[in-house]
Design a protein around this ligand. Structure first.
Ligand code: HEC
Length: 258
């Protein structure tokens, strides 16, 4: 019996150590405006985040599930219709075939999906040394740790790798990535973009902005969900009070003998 317990304990010890080996540091915690029960997106931040995505990340990461018109939807960055038209028309879209059976390029329209940087996954890998830059539409939802994790990866490039760690060519040390290695070089440096609202484009600021934007793309109805959640709880609360009061009233007519 004792041996049995010893074997179990040792296996648990070994297992936890194996899992701990490749584990990344716990993500940084950010006080997001969309956290909590009453959380909401900060419109200006979402607009800045879109700018960072467009000017930096979009050269490698696609955003397949988003159309330009989504950028004007309530609960999102809420660009005006005119702004969305201007944004869309700055992209070239492959369309066709026309009457002669040929494909042609035209300016983008609000109904078009975001243009992808590569025609397919193979082309994306070929251009990135074999690594695949994941589609960003739902990335925040697809990663445990969500927004805090994405922010942390963007902030996790500063430190030198531990001396016993081998870092191959084209691989970078990142404190927050599982296994501490990532095949994306640090995408943001101070001043990577110029904000028109005067916000200082530090790495931390741009990382927060783009992460907020990616949180919205992954959950465009976050604000609505929180609003409905609040109303539902309020309703249930009032309902419970009414039920409690009527129960009191009904039972008040019945004598209780102990
Ligand atoms: C030069 C191309 C390139 C650019 C620009 C780029 N990335 Fe990446 N990114 C990659 C590649 C390649 C990977 C896959 C890395 C891997 O699998 O190790 C990746 C992976 C990621 C990951 C995934 C981490 C995970 O858990 O899988 C995140 C988050 C990310 N990028 C965010 C961004 C953001 C935000 C920007 C813009 C500020 C950006 N990237 C710009 C190439 C790029």
């Amino acid at each position: 019996m004792r041996n049995f317990f010893l074997v179990i304990l040792t296996s648990i010890f070994i297992c936890t150590n194996i899992f701990a080996a490749g584990e990344a540091t716990k993500p940084l915690k950010v006080d997001w405006s969309f956290n909590g029960f009453f959380g909401k997106f900060d419109r200006a931040q979402l607009q800045r985040g879109y700018q960072v995505y467009k000017e930096v990340c979009a050269s490698c990461h696609s955003m397949r599930y988003l159309s330009y018109r989504n950028l004007s939807e309530v609960g999102g960055p809420e660009f005006s219709i005119a702004e969305v038209k201007a944004i869309a028309s700055s992209f070239q879209i492959k369309d066709g075939p026309n009457e002669d059976g040929e494909m042609f390029e035209r300016n983008g329209l609000p109904k078009d999906r975001f243009v992808s940087p590569y025609p397919n996954e193979k082309a994306a890998r070929a251009a990135n040394g074999g690594a695949y830059p994941p589609d960003m539409s739902v990335l925040v939802k697809a990663r445990a740790g969500g927004a805090n994790y994405i922010y942390s990866v963007l902030m996790g490039y500063d430190e030198k790798p531990p001396s016993n760690m081998k870092i191959e060519e084209g691989v970078y040390y990142n404190k927050y990535m599982a296994g501490n290695k990532i095949r994306m070089s640090q995408p943001l440096v101070d001043g990577s973009v110029t904000y028109s609202d005067g916000t200082k484009p530090t790495v931390s600021q741009m990382s927060k902005d783009v992460t907020a934007f990616l949180t919205w793309t992954a959950e465009p109805h976050l604000e609505k969900r929180k609003r409905i959640g609040f109303k539902t709880i309020l309703y249930l609360l009032i309902f419970s009070i009414l039920v409690f009061l009527s129960m009191k009233k009904i039972w008040s007519r019945i004598e209780t003998k102990m």
